[in-house]
Design a protein around this ligand. Structure first.
Ligand SMILES: [Zn+2]
Length: 306
């Protein structure tokens, strides 16, 4: 009994695989091996459908007012592949297009301001070039910012912690304070620079200062929150993306001059959050399986003379 049944199954599986391979509607970026796994019909998914799945999986209510919206392209276009990035820069869009990833999920704005408003940029040649590239390659861009942060735990902080190997260092009851093995400010800053692939890291505070209580304030969360963290006795260093230089920077300079063990590491916005989007790509793979998903690093936009 066993042999004929197995043989029948092999025949059916082979027919299904052949059918899928012959179907001209198979998306060009479909995962190799899908047919071998016994899928009869090729799976189709649109950008809008992927976003709906993200809304179902992110674990926090979807806000009525949010920057997490489509920024360019047709949301109902069939997705061949997904590129996840910190920033949909022209360079990242080019890499995504070359790899056949026509749906780009970006953490930060595409068009140079928080709401991606193009008013005031009419006739701008840089904007026009970017828009033309997106259109020419049939790409769709969607921003995933507010809700990736609102997720518990914050998806960006979790991703950066993973990148740094700090998963087990999160202080119980805290969302963003880590107790790391004691080191010096200089060594910590060097470690961050290496692990986060930063070109430029700026540090305020005394290099030999001992640090172990680290608050993570990724991106541009604002000086008020950064200073509030620095006021705490159980925090000695704040890691931030960016800050107005005359606010938190000067607060820490005065704290150090007053003999207090306080420090600030300005990682740069991209360096402070990029690993959080690398993690987002892995998270997406858990419930988007029809198409390939690839993280594309935007990298540090800055350089500094030696
Ligand atoms: Zn962010």
């Amino acid at each position: 009994m066993t042999t004929p049944l197995v043989f029948t199954f092999i025949l059916l599986a082979a027919a299904a695989a052949a059918g899928a391979a012959d179907n001209p509607a198979e998306p060009p970026g479909a995962k190799p091996g899908a047919a071998e796994q016994g899928k009869v019909a090729p799976a189709h998914v649109t950008a809008r459908q992927i976003v709906e799945r993200i809304k179902q999986n992110v674990g926090c209510p979807w806000a009525a007012t949010t920057v997490d919206t489509f920024k360019a392209g047709n949301p109902d276009v069939e997705v061949a592949g997904v590129a996840v990035t910190f920033m949909a820069s022209l360079d990242v869009l080019q890499q995504a297009a070359a790899a056949g990833r026509n749906f780009v999920i970006t953490h930060e704005p595409t068009f140079y301001n928080h709401w991606d408003k193009t008013a005031g940029l009419e006739g701008d040649k840089v904007l026009a070039e970017k828009q033309a590239f997106i259109e020419k390659h049939g790409m769709v861009v969607w921003r995933f910012h507010d809700h990736w942060h609102a997720r518990k735990p914050d998806g960006i902080i979790e991703g950066v912690a993973r990148k740094l190997g700090w998963e087990k260092c999160l202080r119980p009851g805290e969302a963003a304070v880590f107790d790391v093995p004691e080191t010096t400010l200089q060594a910590l800053a060097g470690e961050l620079k290496t692990k986060l692939h930063a070109s430029v890291v700026r540090v305020v505070g005394k290099p030999p200062m001992k640090v172990s209580k680290v608050a993570m304030c990724p991106g541009a969360g604002g000086s008020a929150g950064q200073i509030k963290m620095l006021q705490r006795d159980d925090v000695d260093v704040v890691l931030a993306g960016e800050t107005p230089e005359w606010e938190t920077v000067e607060y820490v300079r005065d704290a150090a001059a007053a003999g207090k063990s306080k420090a600030l590491v300005l990682l740069g916005h991209a360096n402070s959050e990029e690993a959080g989007m690398e993690y987002c790509a892995e998270w997406l793979k858990g419930f988007v399986t029809e198409v390939p998903i690839q993280f594309i690093a935007a990298g540090d936009p800055f350089w500094s003379p030696k």
